[in-house]
Design a protein around this ligand. Structure first.
Ligand SMILES: Cc1ncc(COP(=O)(O)O)c(C=O)c1O
Length: 406
């Protein structure tokens, strides 16, 4: 491919993330300027977009007359300034899955009654921590947790996470429930036993909880509907439950042609079930809130053809943004400065970790990239810094929060 071209409108461009005079802007920030002044690798998050994402969710639920609360799943991104901005924004509480996340949510200003704890493989040490934070609502995903928490804290009001036996997500590897047994939640066949254990310790079951996977879309709403129908059996067993927590997992478009999750249809499915039983709905979105509100800036250090493939090597690897490798979901790769007059090329974007799997994207068509250029990985706001490691001792990166001036 060697035809030169002017920059077309790209499918993912939106008001707050687009090219102006060939430079990529995020809100009012020229990202090339930020990369040059502040160095790379750098994650950049936009508070306005985060708030818009939350408002879109709450708008859809409000429109349907649903009583609801949103708990942002901290595991997606726990950058403290970002989490603090969420607390100050007042649109959500925090869902945490470990003592570390619980303390971080408290440090960011969330009160105990604004925190839900939904952990797995819960240890006695975890339970000790929960005992010290009596106001945090705990969703138990195993009978073992109910037994040990109940023994330590009889009479506490808790939730039970069930395994709905069906899942949904960007692809089947990201389903949290399905035909193969998964570690999450209590299955129907042991739910009555769970209630018995809870009863033995006087635990009051207030919430039924499930989480179906990562990245569900409009096509998955039938599955969500079926799962909600299935919840009726569980709710019938335990009339004191007044809250249904449907977890997180809401997806966003990753490639051209994908449509955003139809939130009105989504809220319609929830409404059918919630309002009939007068349930409060809780949701725990993580990625939906931060994914498209974050980009990762990287600098190109190597451009070289190897066996017919043009490899573009950058100064960060899958250890700081692992989604492509671990979740097998694609990134959008784009240069910070669009060069209209250079030929278009297909490239493979490679990280700087000595592992064959360290590839961010393959076969991407871009204006020819040169060593020293900066590029952005879009949709990097979730499960990037939060999952990072120091593999090859290349764990350094910085994070910036963009707060538009009023
Ligand atoms: C219980 C629970 N809630 C919420 C989430 C957040 O999911 P997502 O970031 O896909 O919205 C997860 C993710 O693993 C989860 O396990």
């Amino acid at each position: 491919m060697n035809d030169s071209f002017d920059k077309p409108q790209l499918w993912w461009e939106r008001d707050d993330l687009c090219y102006r005079n060939d430079y990529l802007f995020f809100g009012k920030q020229n990202l090339q300027v930020l990369a040059e002044s502040s160095g790379t690798p750098t994650f950049v998050y936009n508070v306005t977009r985060i708030q818009q994402n939350l408002m879109r969710l709450s708008g859809a639920l409000t429109k349907r007359g649903i009583k609801f609360k949103i708990f942002y799943a901290l595991k997606a991104n726990r950058y403290l300034p970002l989490v603090t901005s969420l607390k100050l924004g007042g649109l959500c509480g925090a869902d945490v899955c470990s003592p570390g996340e619980l303390l971080l949510a408290r440090q960011a200003g969330f009160h105990e009654n604004e925190i839900t704890y939904t952990g797995t493989s819960v240890s006695d040490e975890d339970i000790e921590c929960l005992k010290r934070h009596a106001g945090v609502h705990v969703n138990c995903d195993a009978i073992s947790t109910l037994r040990r928490l109940g023994a330590q804290f009889p009479g506490r009001s808790v939730g039970i996470r069930i395994n709905p036996s069906q899942g949904a997500g960007y692809h089947s590897g990201l389903h949290y429930a399905g035909s193969k047994a998964t570690k999450f939640g209590i299955y129907k066949d042991r739910f009555l036993e769970a209630l018995e254990v809870a009863g033995k310790y006087g635990l009051i079951i207030k919430t039924l909880h499930f989480h179906i996977g990562s990245g569900y879309g409009t096509n998955d709403l039938d599955t969500l509907d079926e799962i909600l129908v299935g919840c009726n059996w569980f709710l019938d067993q335990c009339p004191e439950i007044d809250t249904l927590d449907i977890g997180g997992g809401l997806g966003v478009p990753l490639v051209e042609g994908q449509k955003p999750l139809d939130l009105d249809a989504w809220a319609g499915v929830i409404e059918k079930h919630a309002n009939r039983r007068e349930l409060e709905i809780q949701i725990e979105p993580g990625d939906y809130v931060v994914k498209d509100a974050g980009v990762l800036l990287l600098q190109v250090n190597t451009v070289e053809e190897k066996a017919g493939t043009c490899f573009v090597g950058v100064n960060g690897g899958f250890n700081i943004q692992s989604l492509a490798v671990y979740y097998q979901t694609p990134f959008i790769v784009t240069p910070l400065k669009w060069r209209p007059d250079v030929p278009k090329e297909k490239i493979t974007l490679a990280g700087n970790i000595n592992e064959a799997i360290d590839i961010f994207a393959e076969d991407v068509g871009l204006p020819a990239i040169s060593e020293g250029d900066y590029i952005a990985l879009l949709n990097s706001g979730g499960y990037g810094s939060a999952c990072s490691s120091n593999h090859c001792m290349r764990g350094s990166f910085s994070e910036y929060l963009l707060i538009d001036e009023p």
